[in-house]
Design a protein around this ligand. Structure first.
Ligand code: PUT
Length: 337
């Protein structure tokens, strides 16, 4: 025992899209939910807001445990540690109806990597079955998946996948282009991780520059935070509503870094390479969601041609087709585990 207090960097990620089935309220907007109501939701989740930036398209919050992004009809909550995001779901749905003016959940994604120490989590987050039971009680069309190796590194997903009926026009289908890239990294280079400590950097801005995070997706407005004595979070947003977010648990015994963005690109090869060159992980999971109108629609096909990325070899790859999205999951590592 090294005496270092364990911290679970692996996040639970909830993304919910809302709509009005009959277009009844053009002024519906999730950003109408008052700040004190958001704070009460986050209390249920066991975290709090520590910083905020916004523009016309998106509100971005750095939380004590990761991030929250709110735009007109998309709500994203990403929380690490022993937070309990699924416990706030019912209250969130009520607030959305009461304040934001949406009547329907159009799409929902709840995902996470396997934890390093699942036994330290609080119910229902100790195992995926419990999480699924909670979600199934709310969503009749929910579908649960595990991608990757169930006894080693894997990634869980719960999403809405209603049975298709070609005779009915699905009026809820969104045509807005959308895509999400996530890279979840473990066993990171200790020399890179030491940047994200108060011993090596006095400010978050210094860590952002020194690590090269500012170069991964340039020209974003950045809100970064360096924790005491170590740990780092950043949100980046751009005028068109795109976001990026990075969260770092640097301790060698349980190092973890997550990267997520929704920037459109015809290929993610460059951004993935930049992320890997910045953090030097031992292993990582990549997930890419693309909908029918996304510029990144060819990414799943392109990824089939990446049996290796630099020094990392692909150990696993899976592809799923959902209601509105295609999903590609891949796991890479330097060494076979
Ligand atoms: N994290 C889920 C992403 C879905 C597509 N935006």
């Amino acid at each position: 025992d090294s005496g270092v207090q364990f911290f679970e960097g692996v996040e639970k990620l909830l993304e919910v899209w809302f709509t009005n089935s009959d277009n009844s309220n053009k002024h519906a907007d999730l950003r109408k939910i008052p700040r004190n109501k958001l704070e009460s939701i986050l209390k249920i989740v066991r975290c709090e807001i520590i910083s905020f930036i916004n523009n016309e398209q998106i509100d971005a919050y750095v939380l004590s445990e990761s991030s929250m992004f709110i735009s007109k009809r998309r709500f994203i909550l990403k929380t690490c540690g022993t937070t309990t995001p699924l416990l706030c779901l019912q209250s969130l749905l009520l607030l959305v109806e009461q304040y934001a003016g949406f009547t329907e959940v159009e799409d929902l994604f709840y995902s996470r990597k396997n934890y390093k120490r699942p036994e330290l989590q609080i119910g229902p987050h100790q195992d995926f079955d419990q999480e699924v039971a909670l979600l199934d009680a709310i969503f009749p069309d929910g579908a649960a998946y595990c991608l990757g190796t169930m006894n080693k590194d894997c990634w869980y997903l719960y999403t809405l996948n209603p049975p298709r009926d070609s005779s009915i026009n699905n009026t809820l289908t969104s045509l807005d282009p959308d895509q999400t890239l996530e890279i979840l990294m473990t066993d990171l280079d200790p020399d890179v991780m030491s940047i994200f400590t108060r011993e090596e950097c006095l400010t978050a801005g210094e860590a952002t520059k020194k690590s090269g995070i500012d170069k991964i997706i340039p020209n974003m407005v950045v809100d970064d935070y360096l924790f005491e004595p170590c740990g780092y979070s950043m949100n980046g947003i751009s005028k068109n509503g795109c976001y990026m977010t990075i969260h770092i648990t640097p301790e060698a015994e349980f190092s973890y870094v997550s990267f997520e963005t929704n920037i459109p690109a015809t290929s993610y090869r460059e951004v993935i390479t930049k992320v890997l060159d910045t953090f030097h992980p031992g292993k990582f999971v990549i997930t890419v969601f693309t909908n029918q109108t996304s510029a990144a629609i060819e990414t799943p096909k392109e990824m089939q041609h990446w049996p290796a990325i630099g020094e990392w070899k692909r150990r696993d790859m899976q592809h799923c087709c959902f209601k509105n999205y295609d999903l590609t999951y891949a796991f890479y590592s330097k060494f076979p585990s």
